[in-house]
Design a protein around this ligand. Sequence first.
Ligand SMILES: Cc1ncc(COP(=O)(O)O)c(C=O)c1O
Length: 467
Amino acid sequence: MTGLERLMNRLEILYKKRTPRSFRLFRRAQNVMIQGGSHSLRLLAPYPFFVRRASGPEVVDIDGNVYVDYWQGHYANILGHNPVIPDDPPAGEEPDDPSLHTGFEGEDQVKLAEILIRQAGWKGHKVRFTTSGTLAAMYAVMLACGRTGREEVLKIGGGWHGASPLLLKGIAYDRSLGFTKVESAGVPSAFSKKIHTVRYNDSEGLIRFLRRRGEKIACFILEPYLGAGGFIPADREYLQTAREWTSRLGIVLVFDEIISGFRFAPTGVGRLAGVEPDLATFGKAIGGGHAVAAVMGKTDILECLLPRAGRRTAVRFSGGTYSAHPQYMRAGLRMIRHLARHGPEIYPRIAAMGERLRRGIEDAFAAEGIDARCAGRGNDVIPGSSLFMPHFLRVRHEIREAGDVLDPRRADVRMKEEILRLALLTRSVHVVHGGGAVSAAHREADIDRTIEAYRDVARLLNPAVLG
Ligand SMILES: Cc1ncc(COP(=O)(O)O)c(C=O)c1O
């Protein structure tokens, strides 16, 4: 048994000692739920802890353990768990309590669409709501295909847009296929043949691909800040190149802002970069803790969902039963109003805590002779960032695209995905992919505690100690 295996065993024993009730509940859950839970990222090994309460920066599990949490509802909770947002509607607009689902159109959805478009900063754009980022991205691709009459999709290697059959390719790095592997059984091969991938932040590669195949491509979909692929910002120049070449070739440019929208500023990264996409998807933060996502974009493209005489079949973007649920719209409206009003205080503060964490984590590992690079920083487009994700590179190189951090030959992916998560849990800190998102509810003392926890874990992982 290696030193690392011994350490993992010790950590598992410690975790199990702290979480006996979660263990028993997991056994029950396994009888009735496949894998014992509802989302693969929550189902950590050996079993997940079950959460009883969540407030601000913390969650409390059913055994009474308190964790400082940086997962924060899949990064949706930018104000922390269950924030109390003062409801200060404009004068004369005191609203009724929003109802459960009605299946009718309501006023708050109009207000939320208005403020989203205003904050996104693009004129002549419109919105349609749906209930998940996955659906929003899927509908965006359908709109692009409907609009252009083309069937091929270009995405980024390592880009994640939810598990829609139109986008399930080239997400995790495969040793032999790189970022061209089909990610799921059940996706018709005819679909997956139509999805192509290019490298993030590689303008020349993008131009080469588009010169060769651009006329067949309906849309180029990318995260202007790569999320699950490593927390990597796009260069301004890359976004500009994407805009220029997609316009030239009649390709719909889609910015997936599900993570990046309202994360760094009360707007999207497209706006920060001054690059206007044809369509953008928003989700996570815009729902104020509820299932809200939106496709926003140029009116003439969204109009492809209107049935019109003499045109191709309309794009069936119906949004879903719970689209624009009254309570979700109210929660989203409160959240976006709050972020728009208080952004100048909130964003610099959480970005400063993010930077302190990133430095603290890098220093913690450096002190033990381990080279960790904490991604998540902004760039000349994004002034500051509350995201952090340590990477353990096998050879020092600049982090520019997902392959730099997800190719196991270039980075120790297990360290980030498994070891850090379990080790930090035993120190009362919860992270996913080795890091996460600072929220406005985190306090400087949480950051201190978290850096201390990473230091502790780095000491355990010191090669001299591990043997
Ligand atoms: C960039 C991006 N797009 C789309 C999605 C899918 O969103 P959802 O999980 O709400 O379906 C995610 C989810 O993490 C995401 O990060």
